[in-house]
Design a protein around this ligand. Structure first.
Ligand code: 173
Length: 330
């Protein structure tokens, strides 16, 4: 159990007073809170990186009063179980994506469909609407989205000449399910950790994944083609259990808030660069690009969004249409 500041101490005065007391009167450790953090992506890979930076920042600024104990990634906890673990307070902080937490919050998968920046969603009510759902269904607070402007693609080992996946088996997560099925594919859901062996054994003919991160787990060795254009945008975010957050002092919350704000602010810049870098690196690794006619490409993207929203609204007839109103391009 983390050591918490007692009610009596809290009644003594402001956060500043508590903070001062922790430095002057009491041993620092008496009031230090340690939160357990888990990532749904492999440690030290593309989609864990900003979370690891966030932890470093919190641990540097929070020395003596707030620390995050980084438990690790999928070796510590299966990716699709992270949402439930956060909800139950088994962990305090999570790095995950909406597609991995649909078992507790189906609506979270809608983040992939945002066509307006987070800065705008934080102003137009879209963020608040979603954060309320995180509170109600996951006992969580959405701290920061640190992956955005990072399109998904279809990667294949068989040629296609038009947007038709009939006869093909494709690895998915909830991100791609409705779209790839609408294109006629047979779909197989796996966590990222099983993509390499699925390709190697020929269990799948391709997979969905963003433009970045293919190299993290060596998939370039088993990937012949990437289909352009991309569609949607990846979302990976830092979430905190609500009870864990509520137990923190304002000073402890401020350390977390500041590191989270930095992570979200840095996302756009990071991915503009990373997308270009990995596109080039894929070409250098011999991954060939499959493109469609202009008309087919437009239809492909339209189908992605139409089937994506249809899926979200089917999962959540109550909230889906409202979320679409916030997230879609006007
Ligand atoms: O393909 C996936 O595993 C997936 O859903 C995802 C989501 C966000 C970032 C990277 C992958």
């Amino acid at each position: 159990m983390p050591k918490m500041i007692s009610r009596k101490q809290f009644a003594l005065g402001s956060a500043a007073a508590i903070l001062a007391a922790s430095f002057i009167a009491a041993p620092a450790s008496a009031q230090e809170v340690t939160l357990k953090g888990v990532t749904a992506f492999a440690e030290k890979t593309t989609y864990s990186r900003a979370f690891e930076k966030f932890i470093d920042r919190v641990n540097a600024e929070g020395k003596g009063f707030i620390q995050i104990n980084y438990i690790g990634g999928p070796k510590a906890m299966p990716p699709f179980e992270v949402g439930n673990a956060l909800k139950g307070g088994v962990i305090d902080i999570a790095n995950t994506t909406g597609a991995f937490t649909t078992n507790v919050l189906p609506e979270g998968d809608a983040w992939k469909l945002t066509e307006v920046p987070m800065s705008e969603l934080r102003k137009n009510g879209g963020f608040d609407y979603m954060n309320k759902l995180y509170g109600e269904k996951m006992n969580a607070i959405f701290l920061a989205r640190h992956v955005d402007n990072n399109p998904f693609h279809l990667y294949l080992n068989k040629q296609i000449s038009k947007p038709d996946l009939s006869g093909l088996k494709i690895r998915i997560t909830p991100v791609y399910r409705d779209f790839f099925q609408a294109l006629g594919a047979t779909v197989v859901q796996t966590p990222p950790g099983e993509v390499y062996t699925s390709l190697e054994r020929g269990v799948v003919d391709g997979y969905g994944w963003p433009i970045t991160g293919v190299f993290d787990l060596g998939w370039q060795e088993k990937t012949k083609y990437r289909v352009d254009p991309g569609f949607y945008t990846a979302e990976v975010s830092i979430l905190i259990n609500k009870a864990s957050w509520d137990k923190l002092t304002p000073a402890q919350q401020a350390v977390i808030r500041k590191a989270a704000d930095a992570a979200e602010a840095e996302a756009a810049g990071i991915f503009a660069e990373e997308n270009a870098k990995d596109t080039k690196r894929q070409a250098e690794a011999g991954i060939q690009v499959i493109t469609f006619s202009a008309a087919d490409a437009a239809a492909y993207r339209a189908k992605a969004y139409d089937s994506g929203w249809e899926g979200i609204i089917k999962q959540s007839p109550e909230h889906g249409p409202k979320i679409k109103g916030f997230f879609s391009k006007k």
